[in-house]
Every structure is written in structure tokens, then in C-alpha cells.
Design a binder for this molecule. Structure first.
Ligand SMILES: Nc1ncnc2c1ncn2[C@@H]1O[C@H](COP(=O)(O)OP(=O)(O)OP(=O)(O)O)[C@@H](O)[C@H]1O
Length: 485
């Protein structure tokens, strides 16, 4: 039979009754009150082994009460319940020293298991009471969505704010992986350090190592100066490695060393450099499959996957769509567009869409509707037309197949430039980019003509000798009869 007295503060008498019964049945003795003053009286008298409190109480905000309780009784665990289910509620609860946070409505089984854990773990002394952001102010929220799936994400983020653990964020493109990584940084211990994001897929493979670890002067052709790597930039802060599955094997080995020994060497350098960087990785690919194919190191996978966080696709949390739409419409308004809202039927259409490009696709669609639609209520027909519309110029952003080659190249290059922040990419970009395009262009044409160079030259509109030279320069393998017709 578990023992311990649980003090419950909630102004809703129905909730008090339900909790009283559920925890009483589980064997605890329970005392309930509808006010902060009632709770404070018990706590200051030394009663109770655990507090469960609502945030909004008639006489005081639960969040203001927590630090006082913690000062008086640092070991008394506090569980916060709230119907204001935003990321800030979860984080504020963690910052104020709450043991856990339960978004309302919650499952009673979940409550009992939180209670068991809280009573089993000896509480730490109160943590730094960081100034909490104004609660419930949706405008400033980094992540929108109150679905159960997002609540779970917020709780994990809140638990991680006091740690430096390596996190692996998994999720389809556009689900908000980078946003979560930023939230982990912005609300964590390293928030005063720099957040550096690098997209592995956007950097030419041969440059990944120097990009991450920096290079010495003369380390390779074109390295006329010492190059500062992303690790150095992120010192004391967080390094976000996006699309980690695209990291070449040699760079993986260097990264593993950082995670094992906390040090690295620059490209062309010999002296190991100590580093203090928190790593957050993200992927939209199945890393286990890449491991099986020999493309990803298993030992690195385990080092990165200390805390796995799976971001659900938007189609699995359709209940978040209304909040997201409101958020994006408000953003459009802030950008100077007239205020608009969506007709309920239009919203329904959005709830039933599959969203292959996830939140990014929704964001772009709302922006398009806000720009293109004249009236202040956007009707279902306008949404239906947009959803039916095949790719438009911004659909590459939506995570669907890009419309045109130039749109795809533009998207790729924009990402590539963005990964350099204020700096410019290494010189020689023109030739590198053209080669990247030339290579698939030639190999696809050669495959289509079953390696017949005369036909391939004709298809390309190139002189045969020019094609032959390009094949040689690019080191392409030409296999005859590659493609069966
Ligand atoms: N929960 C959310 N609330 C508000 N905006 C969101 C949310 N999730 C994603 N977004 C927005 O959607 C867009 C895509 O998000 P983000 O870049 O974080 O996704 P991602 O998973 O990292 O994508 P990719 O895998 O393509 O890099 C961004 O503009 C981001 O602001």
C-alpha cells in the first residue's frame, strides 16, 4: 500500500472530487482545497508529501506559489496541472521547480504514475528561478499546437531544459524539427550561448568536415586562410545538425570522437581542440536502414540517440490545425496583410488534407491564401482550389516535389547560404554548382540512351567530343545497355 499525503489545489470542485477518489483508491491519503491560501497553510504547517496544483487559482497564480513552496520545503515535489496547454506552461512549470506538468484533461492512470514517480524520487534543491515568459501569450510561443502529441513534446522539452543531453529529433520534413531544436536551446541552460544550425544535405560532401571542424591554411586547394568551423562558432552553445543521415562517413568518425572525448582536430590540424557544445541532431530518414546499408555508423547513432524525440506528422494531429491557421494568419497580419479568418468549412477541408509537407506546407498555403484572397473571410472554395492546385512556385517549400529545376536549385542554394549565416560559402561556388547539375544530367541522359554516347550527345544538344570530355572530367562511368527499353 503506497503511503504519503497528497495536497491538491484546484478551484474546480469536480476535479477535486475525481482526483480525491482516484488517488484515494490508489491508497494515498488526500486533502483538497480550492485556494492557494489553503494549500499554503498546509504546506507551511509541514503537512503533505506531494502537492498537485492548478495554475489558475482564485487568490493566486499557482506559478507564483511554487517558488515560495520550494524555498520553504525544497524536497516537496509539486505537480502542476493546467488547461493552458502551451509550451510555455510546461517550461514555466519546469523552471519554477515543478516535478512534472500535466496538461488538462489528463488520464487518471497517467496521474497515478506521475504521483508514484514523484514520491519515489528524492527532490533536488530548488533550481535557478529563471524569469519566466509571460504565460499564455500565444504570439510569443515558439511552437503552436495543443494536441496530446505536442503536449508530450513540450513535456520532454521542459524536462530537458536543465540538461545538456544529446537529442535526436525524428520527423518528416516540415514537422518543426528545427523549431524544437531552437526551443531546446532558447529555454535551456545554454540560452546565452549561440545556436548554430547546419544542414548536412545542403553542403557538398567533400566540404562537410571543414565546414564543421574548420580547416588550417593550405589544408586543401582553395584553403588560403584558416577557416572557422561550426563547432568553434557554437562553443558554449548548441550545434544543430539537420539531416544527419546525409553526413559523410569520415565526418561521422570525427563527430563520434567529439561525443566520446569532447575534442576534435581541424582539417589539416594536429592539435586536439577541446569543445563544449551541445549537439542536437535531426533526421527525416530511417537511420537504422542507413546503418544496415553501411552509410551510418551504429556507434554514432547510439551516441546521438540519447534522448529520441519523434515529431508526429501534421496528419496525425489534425486538432492542431485551427491553432496553426490562426497563428499563421496573425503572422501574415503582422507582415502588413489585412486581417482574415477562415470559414469553418474551409478549416474542415484543411483538417482532412494529408499534408505531405506538414506544417511548412500549411504555413505556405495560409500565406498564399492571405495574399491572394481579397475578402476577410476565406471561403472553402478558395481553400479547395489551392489544395487541388498542382505545384506552384512555392510548392518546393511545401515539401512536395519541386516544380521546376530552377526552383529546386534555388531552394537548395538558399538553404546552403542560410547554413553559413553571416559568412559566405567557400569560393569556387560556380563550378561546384554546375558540376552538381552536370553530373546527374549526363548520367541520366546516358542511362536513357543505354550508354550510347552519340544518342546522348544528340539528346543533350552537345557535340560528341564535348560530351566525351565531360564524361572524362566528371569521372562518369558509362555502362552500355544500362536501361532496358
Ligand atoms: N508547431 C509549430 N508551430 C508553429 N510553426 C511551426 C510548427 N512546426 C513547424 N512550424 C513552421 O513550419 C516550418 C517548418 O519547420 P522546421 O523548419 O522546423 O521543420 P523541419 O522539420 O526542420 O523541416 P526540414 O526537415 O524540412 O528541415 C517553419 O516555418 C516553422 O516555423
Amino acid at each position: 500500500m503506497p503511503d504519503g499525503t497528497i495536497l491538491i489545489a484546484d478551484d474546480d470542485s469536480a476535479i477535486r472530487t475525481v482526483l480525491n477518489q482516484a488517488l484515494g483508491r490508489a491508497g494515498y491519503s488526500v486533502r483538497t482545497t480550492g485556494t492557494a491560501a489553503g494549500l499554503w497553510r498546509w504546506v507551511s504547517a509541514g503537512d503533505g508529501n506531494l502537492v498537485i496544483t492548478d495554475v489558475v487559482l482564485p487568490d493566486e497564480n499557482g506559478f507564483d506559489l511554487i517558488p515560495r513552496i520550494k524555498r520553504l520545503r525544497p524536497d516537496l515535489p509539486i505537480v502542476v496541472m493546467s488547461a493552458q496547454n502551451t509550451i510555455l506552461t510546461a517550461i514555466t512549470a519546469a523552471e519554477r521547480g515543478a516535478f512534472d506538468y500535466l496538461p488538462k484533461p489528463f488520464d487518471l492512470k497517467e496521474l497515478t504514475s506521475v504521483v508514484q514517480r514523484a514520491l519515489a524520487v528524492p527532490q533536488k534543491s530548488p533550481r535557478e528561478l529563471a524569469a519566466a515568459e509571460a504565460e499564455g501569450e500565444e504570439n510569443g510561443l515558439p511552437l503552436i499546437g495543443r494536441s496530446a502529441a505536442m503536449q508530450e513534446i513540450y513535456r520532454v522539452i521542459a524536462r530537458l531544459t536543465q540538461t545538456d543531453l544529446t537529442v535526436m529529433i525524428m520527423g518528416e520534413s516540415g514537422t518543426g524539427k528545427e523549431l524544437v531544436a531552437r526551443a531546446l536551446h532558447d529555454y535551456g541552460k545554454r540560452r546565452h550561448g549561440t545556436f548554430v544550425a547546419v544542414n548536412m544535405a545542403a553542403i557538398p560532401k567533400e566540404l562537410v568536415e571543414s565546414e564543421l571542424f574548420g580547416h588550417e591554411r593550405g589544408a586543401f586547394t582553395g584553403a588560403t586562410n584558416r577557416g572557422v568551423g561550426r563547432f568553434e562558432q557554437a562553443e558554449g552553445g548548441t550545434l544543430f545538425l539537420d539531416e544527419i543521415g546525409d553526413m559523410p562517413l569520415e565526418a561521422q568518425t570525427r563527430l563520434l570522437r567529439v561525443l566520446q572525448q569532447g575534442e576534435y582536430t581541424t582539417v589539416g590540424g594536429r592539435t586536439p581542440i577541446k569543445t563544449d557544445v551541445r549537439i542536437i541532431a535531426a533526421t527525416n530518414r530511417d537511420l537504422r536502414q542507413l546503418i544496415q546499408q553501411g552509410l551510418f555508423r551504429e556507434d554514432l547513432y547510439y551516441r546521438l540517440n540519447v534522448v529520441p524525440l519523434r515529431l508526429p506528422p501534421l496528419r496525425e494531429r489534425a486538432e492542431d490545425i485551427a491553432d496553426l491557421v490562426r497563428h499563421f494568419l496573425r503572422k501574415a497580419e503582422e507582415e502588413g496583410l489585412p486581417a482574415k479568418h477562415l470559414d469553418p468549412e474551409a478549416l474542415d477541408l484543411l483538417r482532412h488534407h494529408r499534408w505531405p509537407g506538414n506544417v511548412r506546407e500549411l504555413e505556405n498555403l495560409i500565406r498564399r491564401l492571405a495574399v491572394l484572397h481579397a475578402g476577410d473571410t476565406i471561403p472553402a472554395a478558395a481553400v479547395a482550389a489551392e489544395l487541388k492546385e498542382p505545384a506552384k512556385s512555392s510548392s518546393a517549400e511545401d515539401g512536395e516535389e519541386p516544380v521546376s529545376l530552377s526552383a529546386a536549385v534555388e531552394r537548395h542554394l538558399t538553404k546552403y547560404f542560410a547554413t553559413h549565416g553571416d559568412r559566405l560559402p567557400p569560393p569556387g561556388l560556380y563550378d561546384r554548382v554546375l558540376q552538381e547539375i552536370e553530373r546527374p544530367l549526363l548520367s541520366i541522359c546516358l542511362a536513357a540512351t543505354r550508354g550510347n554516347q552519340i544518342r546522348a550527345a544528340h539528346l543533350l544538344g552537345l557535340n560528341r567530343n564535348t560530351l566525351r570530355k565531360k564524361i572524362r572530367d566528371l569521372g562518369l562511368e558509362v555502362i552500355r545497355g544500362l536501361k532496358t527499353e
